[in-house]
Design a protein around this ligand. Structure first.
Ligand code: ZN
Length: 203
């Protein structure tokens, strides 16, 4: 499986990093080795002093698809989730400045936390989901999928023009504002609407 991530999909986050608003979705891939094993702590890698949390809504692809039309995109996922796109911001900054790919800053071991999955039928409207991240029980990130520049079905259509989607692929749909550094002993937990989706200790 592959993990497809969308960058700069919320205006408030684009502004906090002083990034340009993209004309098309910003897309990158994490390898499957980036998945943080269930119930394991997240270890800050030695090569970074500035690993950020980015809480994101996830969808899991249920069948093969290529050049998927936006109006059929909803047929390609049954479950939604919540996760963290851990980002070595210091390394990413250096790579960006040199015009180099970000993979090392985003695709390292453990950089993809995938929480539990819920049937999408639990929710009335996938494009109106509240989600949030708590650090040591304090609210640090809060978003709603209605604020995405490109909505979930548009993302699936767009991404599938470049990458064939396969059963089990996961899409990280972008983070809202509030990204910040994690430190040893922090505890992060995420909520989708009222449901606790994950909890992770930082080491
Ligand atoms: Zn992200």
């Amino acid at each position: 499986m592959k993990i497809i991530c969308i960058g700069r999909n919320y205006v408030d986050h684009i502004e906090e990093l002083a990034n340009e608003r993209p004309k098309d979705p910003v897309v990158f891939i994490k390898p499957d080795s980036a998945i943080l094993p269930k119930e394991q702590d997240f270890y800050i890698p030695e090569f970074s002093n500035d690993v950020h949390h980015e809480v994101e809504v996830l969808v899991k692809i249920t069948k093969v698809g290529k050049h998927i039309d936006k109006k059929f995109a909803h047929k390609y996922y049954d479950e939604v989730g919540l996760g963290i796109d851990f980002t070595a911001r210091d390394l990413q900054k250096t790579l960006k400045e040199k015009g180099l790919p970000w993979e090392k800053a985003k695709g390292f071991d453990g950089a993809a936390l995938i929480g539990k999955w819920l049937p999408k039928t639990n929710f009335a409207n996938i494009d109106d989901l509240n989600f949030s991240l708590y650090k040591n029980e304090k609210l640090v990130q809060q978003g709603n999928t209605s604020l995405m520049l490109w909505k979930i079905d548009e993302l699936i259509a767009y991404v599938s023009t470049f990458f064939m989607l396969k059963k089990g692929d996961v899409i990280f749909t972008g983070t809202p504002a509030g990204v910040a550094k994690v430190s040893a002993n922090d505890y992060l937990s995420g909520k989708l609407e009222e449901e606790e989706m994950f909890g992770v200790k930082i080491k």
